[in-house]
Ligand binder design. Structure first.
Ligand code: PEP
Ligand code: MN
Length: 260
């Protein structure tokens, strides 16, 4: 169903007036994790100032260590929804448990399925039974074919509103957190009709690489870029090393959109 051979035209997914897949560049920004109302509201204000339409934030955090901050859960989703309503933004947030989907979609506009759950087939099927767009991230050890099959799981249950997100894969390279597989973007665009984004935060894990990685993503044909923004990254409860503060966010966004 997701194959370009079956449907030659690009799929366009409209979210809060933003049309992903329409050939323009789209952006998803927000903190790694929802920490408080105040923290999310500050980020939302910066996003709104830029005329952007979406707000991301993790409430259910799939952390590598069980002792790290696990997220605020449904409380976090309520904060996101409250802030998003105040700033007229659409909410993108990760769901990790298929049983949470029904309740979660009262609060979120886009269901994010994270790298660690790309092959959680019950979760894919549950997301496929909703009418909410799904932001599907590539698994860190997934081939492009595995990734496309994961999207197919969602679509096979009836939901074709899927945005693919390259977020880096595991290799032997240690200079970056993951290795951004930049050519996955044109391959996914050739093989599927779905919009393709690049997450520059989790692929690089390095603040100094966010801008060059984002430029590369857009130059190679990505429909958009995702990156994490925090009012004070030094005290962030997760991904402190790679979230942007507001000055950096301004410079990043200005540079990416300067010819637009
Ligand atoms: C995220 O975007 O919040 C996240 C956890 O990313 P990934 O699933 O790509 O690691
Ligand atoms: Mn993060």
């Amino acid at each position: 169903l997701v194959s370009r051979k079956k449907k030659p035209e690009d799929t366009i997914i409209e979210i809060n007036g933003d049309k992903f897949g329409d050939g323009n560049q789209h952006f998803i920004f927000g903190p790694c994790a929802v920490e408080s109302y105040e923290q999310v509201a500050q980020v939302a204000a910066e996003i709104k100032k830029k005329g952007l339409k979406l707000l991301r934030g993790g409430a259910f955090k799939p952390r590598t260590s069980p002792y790290d901050f696990q997220g605020l859960g449904f409380e976090g989703l309520k904060i996101l929804k409250q802030v998003a309503d105040e700033y007229d933004l659409a909410v993108v947030s990760e769901i990790v448990n298929p049983a949470h989907i029904e309740k979660a979609i009262e609060y979120i506009d886009v269901i994010q399925i994270g790298a660690r759950n790309m092959q959680n087939f019950e979760l894919l099927k549950a997301a496929g039974e909703t009418n909410k767009p799904v932001l599907l991230k590539r698994g860190m050890s997934a081939t492009i074919s595995d990734f496309i099959n994961a999207a197919e799981y969602i679509n096979s249950r009836g939901n074709g509103d899927i945005i693919l997100c390259e977020r880096g894969i595991r290799t032997y390279e240690k200079a970056t957190r993951n290795t951004l597989d930049i050519t996955a973007v044109p391959i996914l665009k050739q093989e599927t009709h779905l919009p393709v984004m690049v997450d520059v935060t989790h692929s690089t894990g390095r603040r100094d690489l966010l801008l060059p990685a984002a430029k590369a993503a857009l130059a190679i044909g990505a429909d958009g870029v995702m990156a994490e923004v925090h009012p004070d990254p030094a005290v962030a409860l997760s991904d402190s090393a790679q979230q942007m503060d507001f000055d950096m966010f301004d410079a990043f966004f200005k540079e990416l959109t300067k010819n637009k």
